[in-house]
Ligand binder design. Structure first.
Ligand SMILES: Nc1ncnc2c1ncn2[C@@H]1O[C@H](COP(=O)(O)OP(=O)(O)OP(=O)(O)O)[C@@H](O)[C@H]1O
Ligand SMILES: [Mg+2]
Length: 266
């Protein structure tokens, strides 16, 4: 059974794309068959996996798959090969996606879910990198995935961000009771924790440890940014000795996802 996971937080620049690419890399490194979907019109995950050229090209993309219910099946044609996992890139055409979806009446929140049902290959995991807003795209991703990882920065504004995500999840669960049984937050990922922690960071780490979710810590590392520049996850990048703590941190998340998957399929 394929497990679909949305990496979401409506706050910008908190590490959604970094988490998506590196959790996908960690799962692939453990031998899992993974598809990474860039659902953000900014295309940061597309660029960070080396597909910048696809972003700029005028070609059928996830945009057509999501806006035209007669073309959902074309999702199979927009999947690309990457060294570690498969990728559905974003395309600049997706700038219009939110507005087009909002203007459509029928099932506009279900488009991604319907498209994923058409994917021919049976992946172990599908990771969806979400845009930084509470839009139709996010709703599509949450409904398609029903499992969520929330990356946050170690600052106070994250409390509000988690609250907003929780409210959106509640809203979707109430609005689509037939399609959405439960959207589950699998974990909070406190991202880019600096080695020298200030009081604010310490306070936030304490706060998250009391939260009713599994909490993971990712260090702030230049190597993580360099891997993005090179179109790969940290698992394909540089001297493993230099990136050991970051790898371990992502591997812990991947291990949790595998355990979860085993429980669900047992
Ligand atoms: N753990 C980390 N260590 C070092 N740099 C990081 C780390 N996490 C994220 N960054 C850097 O911070 C910036 C923002 O990260 P990222 O693009 O993953 O955030 P995002 O939430 O996806 O942003 P957006 O909301 O725009 O989609 C990027 O330049 C990224 O390389
Ligand atoms: Mg992003």
């Amino acid at each position: 059974m394929t497990r679909v996971i949305a990496v979401s937080n409506q706050a910008g620049g908190v590490g959604k794309t970094t988490t998506s690419i590196n959790v996908a890399g960690a799962l692939a490194n453990r031998g899992q068959d993974v598809l990474l979907i860039d659902a953000d019109p900014q295309g940061t995950a597309t660029e960070g996996t080396g597909f910048r050229d696809r972003y700029d090209k005028k070609i059928p993309s996830l945009f057509q798959v999501m806006v035209d219910p007669t073309r959902t099946n074309e999702i199979n044609e927009v999947i690309l090969d990457h060294a570690e996992f498969d990728v559905i890139p974003a395309n600049k055409a997706m700038d219009a996606l939110k507005d087009v979806l909002i203007s459509q009446v029928a099932n506009s929140e279900m488009r991604l879910r319907l498209a994923l049902a058409e994917v021919n290959h049976e992946y172990d995991f599908i990771i969806i990198d979400c845009p930084p807003d509470l839009s139709q795209i996010l709703d599509n991703a949450l409904i398609a995935a029903q499992n969520v990882l929330i990356p946050v920065e170690p600052t106070r504004r994250s409390i509000r961000a988690i609250q907003k995500m929780t409210e959106e999840i509640e809203y979707l669960t109430n609005s689509f009771p037939e399609q959405v049984e439960q959207i589950e937050v699998l974990g909070i990922i406190v991202n880019a924790i600096e080695s020298t922690k200030n009081n604010d960071t310490e306070e936030m780490l304490d706060f998250f440890n009391d939260a009713p979710y599994a909490v993971f810590h990712i260090p702030d590392r230049v190597a993580i940014r360099r891997a993005w520049n090179n179109g790969v996850s940290i698992f394909q990048h540089e001297d493993p000795a230099k990136t050991e703590d970051a790898r371990e941190a992502y591997d812990e998340i991947a291990a949790m996802l595998e355990r979860q998957q085993a429980e669900v399929t047992a």
